[in-house]
Design a protein. Structure first.
Length: 488
């Protein structure tokens, strides 16, 4: 049987007359999701639905975010520009403060004849930031990132600290509000929590799409879990035995790292029962890891409902599906929790791209960044990738005409006025710490060798060979200098 490519899909000769020139796109974004998934080799993880998606497409083993915190990471995905290019490293500053005329990923598809829809957390809404409504064809449906169903978990009245931050409610100073529980296991249905209701909304949108086949869709679905607090129906907690979780072996920062490089994990300390300073006891560590995995499995079940609806409505063979985690999460390694660092556990992410007719069950070692998703999706849909982006299309990797596009990936994290600008090759990570615009001789450096030292126990910069440092610094110099922080 002869085949041709239409809208980047492989289409049989007998189906050519009915081929869809504009394939649909389903973009699934997951908050705080590290590669703690069965398809990434985590034997503890119960993630059958994401594993199923991976079996239908390409899993990128070496995918990295551009900054390990929500808003800047999502800006990179949705704009195709790194935080260093935008000058936005915080949660509060809106994307259009940097580039008012930017055409975002969903906006580009909308301009190309797609119905662009947003459900749940896609752009970061909260901490003073707002949605980008011009990106969407219809008003967005916003779920809740912070939500409790048990009265004892939240505030006796009003909002907890984190609820107020995500609701953009500054009517009461945040420090005067109570802390909420870090975990919750309730005997409730999935729909009691926002992600369960989000899945129902997404299913309804897919039903509408099936009834309107002449209107291609770009639907972005943003699940909140496993973001803190780790709240999920009890049945997902029951999937795991907390005593079987292995606690971090390395509980101190890398030897020789600048003292400001590690995160102080202030986010987690905003929750009740977590000490305001110092380490966590073993019981609390197990409770948090248990909660993360339970929340992940809860989210995975919702992803499964959406994938089932895609197939049930006859849309599976017409739709590109992407699953992307915005950044990783520390589980006590280096004595750190949450994200907010340049280290491996915070920066490595899951990325799966499933394109009907273009291979299934593939696993790529290609180095890829969040900024690369924008041009990749455009080209897979048969559109011209916009020029001038930091991102580079990886369509050729997915279609297996190339195995590698990038020699390295790039990311950043700020510490006060210092910016930790990093590159990660297959073997090394080099981090340069300095103020934007300062001379290189004023910088402090970190270097890690993931072949010899996968746990990042020691900063190797001072003992590395001159040739290696010159090679890595020349790669870092290929990147533009980081812009200073834009203030909202």
């Amino acid at each position: 049987m002869m085949v041709c490519i239409v809208g980047r899909f492989l289409v049989g000769e007998e189906h050519r007359s009915t081929a869809v020139a504009k394939p649909n796109v389903l973009l699934i974004c997951v908050d705080d999701l590290k590669p703690a998934l069965g398809c990434y080799g985590d034997v503890k993880a119960k993630s059958p639905n994401i594993d199923r998606l991976a079996a239908s497409g390409m899993l990128f083993r070496n995918a990295y975010c551009n900054q390990a915190v929500c808003a800047p990471s999502r800006n990179s995905l949705l704009s195709g520009f790194r935080p260093q290019s935008l000058g936005i490293y915080d949660l509060a500053t809106n994307l259009r403060r940097a580039k008012r005329e930017i055409v975002t990923l969903p906006q580009y598809f909308k301009q190309s004849g797609y119905r662009a829809e947003s459900l749940g957390k896609i752009f970061h809404v909260g901490h003073g930031n707002v949605n980008d409504e011009v990106s969407w064809s219809v008003p967005s449906w916003n779920g809740k990132v912070i939500e409790y169903v048990l009265p004892q978990s939240g505030a006796a009245s009003g909002l907890t600290r984190e609820e107020a931050l995500f609701a953009n409610d500054r009517s009461v100073p945040i420090e005067k509000l109570p802390k909420g529980a870090a975990t919750e296991a309730a005997e409730v249905a999935d729909e009691a929590y926002s992600d369960g209701r989000l899945a129902d909304r997404a299913i309804a949108r897919l039903q509408y799409a099936a009834e309107n086949p002449n209107e291609p869709f770009f639907i972005a679905v943003g699940f909140a879990k496993p973001h803190l607090p780790f709240c999920a129906p009890k049945k997902y907690w029951d999937l795991y035995d907390p005593e079987k979780f292995e606690l971090a072996v390395l509980k101190v920062p890398p030897m020789g790292a600048p003292d400001y490089a590690p995160t102080k994990w202030g986010e987690l300390r905003q929750y009740r029962g977590v000490p305001e300073r110092g380490a966590l006891d073993e019981q609390l560590q197990r409770q948090l890891i248990h909660g993360y995995y339970a929340s992940m499995s809860f989210m995975d079940a919702q992803v499964g409902k959406v994938l089932d609806a895609l197939e049930r409505n006859g849309l599976k063979e017409k739709t590109i599906v992407v699953l992307w985690g915005d950044h990783g999460w520390h589980f006590g390694d280096h004595g750190m929790w949450s994200k907010h660092s340049n280290y491996e556990q915070a920066t490595r992410i899951p990325l799966i791209i499933s394109v009907p007719g273009v291979g299934a069950g593939e696993m790529s070692e290609a180095m890829i960044e969040s900024v690369d998703v924008y041009p990749t999706l455009a080209e897979l849909a048969g559109l011209d990738a916009p020029g001038g982006l930091d991102g580079i299309s990886h369509r050729d990797v997915i279609e297996k005409s190339r195995t590698q596009i990038r020699q390295y990936v790039s990311h950043v994290f700020p510490r006060g006025e210092r910016l930790g600008r990093a590159i990660r090759t297959e073997r090394y990570r080099l981090v340069q710490w300095k103020r934007a615009g300062d001379a290189d001789q004023n910088a402090e450096w970190e270097l890690y060798d993931y072949q010899a030292d996968p746990l990042e126990t020691r900063n190797l910069y001072s003992s590395a060979s001159r040739d290696l440092l010159e090679e890595l610094k020349s790669l870092l110099a290929e990147q533009d200098e980081a812009l200073p922080q834009i203030r909202r």
